[in-house]
Design a protein around this ligand. Structure first.
Ligand SMILES: Cc1ncc(COP(=O)(O)O)c(C=O)c1O
Length: 371
């Protein structure tokens, strides 16, 4: 007998998650000055987080020996004001939106239940669903049709056993949004929980925001995060907006202290600094246009329209995505090689918005590699 015999068989099937590459790793592996490296691989905010957070964090240091509040009323109030959703319909996650995804699986899934995931999409859904014992039914974002959601592929997979359906919109990595009427059709066809992942919604058109649907439908959870436009990926704060019933169930199993004092202070300050938020959003959208228009000029690339802070690019110069991304890495540019996204051929990469200087250098390096 060894410890191997005690570990769940499903865990043995897992491979460790492959995260986006870090600056430190590339500097070490390729002998490049870390200052020269451009990180456009993880859909972060290139302008960082609100400058007001630093002082708040320093002040919080003297409290770090005390446990944080499991629910911080000020944070709940600020999220409520920001989303225009009552506090009772909000649940905050301390490992970002990832925690909310995992908690949803923890409350819903018994061994053998089914979860529908259209692919290519954010890989965390399948990881969480599988570990809790779900069988995954794959639906698709149709490559032939500009990665439009194939609604029938979702509807045809709904059975008595369906517990959840994940709809990422804007979708990661394709960048497009799912038409509202398609989401409505799915939500109204099932009692299963439909998780509408709005991690990138701030970058999309204001009228598209479906957050208020959480008040209209019992079976909808809208996923939001501080990791993107608020620039707090390193603080790990996300939240779900959903029916009071679902909030109540999630509160029973949520890790109690997963939101740290530091992450709570950071998230509150980020919400209060409206000016910084507006600036990041405006410049983010300009940056997206800059990269999109720059990449469009290369006939060896296909660039997909996007409503997020990144875009999907198909390489058509004879290289596969891994060769292409490796060539970029050698020149100090990190993008996301999409080979590990289920449902995509090995010719795609995803590039996130950067500052103007980063975009300019990125596009120059691209021209050296593409041609
Ligand atoms: C679509 C989508 N959902 C959720 C997340 C998770 O966000 P968080 O950093 O809040 O865990 C990400 C992160 O990249 C994402 O792309």
């Amino acid at each position: 007998m060894s410890i191997d015999d005690k570990v769940r068989s499903i865990v043995k099937e897992f491979k460790a998650y492959v995260p986006g590459k870090s600056k430190e790793e590339i500097a070490r592996n390729y002998g490049i000055d870390p200052e020269r490296i451009i990180k456009l691989g993880s859909n972060e905010n290139p302008w960082g987080c609100s400058p007001k957070i630093e002082e708040k964090l320093i002040n919080e240091v003297s409290n770090l020996h005390q446990y944080p509040q499991p629910i911080n009323p000020e944070l709940m109030d600020e999220i409520s004001k920001f989303t225009k959703i009552p506090v009772e319909n909000i649940i905050v996650g301390g490992d970002g939106a990832d925690e909310v995804i995992d908690n949803i699986m923890r409350i819903l899934i018994d061994e053998g239940d089914e979860v529908i995931i259209p692919i290519p999409t954010f890989t965390q859904y399948a990881i969480s669903a599988k570990i809790h014992g779900a069988n995954i039914k794959w639906a698709k974002f149709d490559e032939e049709n500009g990665f439009k959601l194939d609604v029938e592929s979702v509807l045809n997979n709904i059975t008595e056993k369906t517990k959840a359906i994940f709809l990422c919109t804007p979708n990661n990595p394709t960048g497009n949004v799912i038409p509202t009427e398609d989401i409505k059709k799915i939500v109204e066809s099932t009692d299963a929980l439909v998780m509408i992942d709005h991690a990138y919604i701030e970058y999309s058109k204001e009228e598209y925001d479906l957050t208020s649907w959480a008040l209209k439908y019992d079976n909808v959870l809208i996923l939001r995060t501080f990791s993107k436009v608020f620039g707090l990926a390193g603080q790990r704060v996300g939240y779900g907006v959903t029916s009071k019933k679902v909030v109540d169930y999630m509160m029973r199993i949520k890790p109690i202290f997963s939101l740290t004092r530091a992450s709570q202070v950071s998230a509150i300050t980020a919400l209060l600094d409206k000016e910084f938020f507006e600036k990041c959003l405006k410049e983010g959208i300009e940056s997206r246009e800059e990269i999109y228009n720059g990449l469009k000029k290369f006939k060896q690339l296909e660039v997909y329209p996007t409503e997020a802070n990144y875009m999907l690019v198909k390489v058509k110069n004879g290289m596969n995505s891994s060769e292409f991304c490796e060539a970029l890495l050698k020149k100090g540019v990190i993008v996301r090689d999409c080979y590990s996204f289920e449902g995509l051929e090995p010719y795609y990469f995803r590039v996130s918005i950067g500052t103007s200087e980063e975009n300019e250098r990125f596009l120059k390096i691209m021209s050296e590699i593409v041609e």
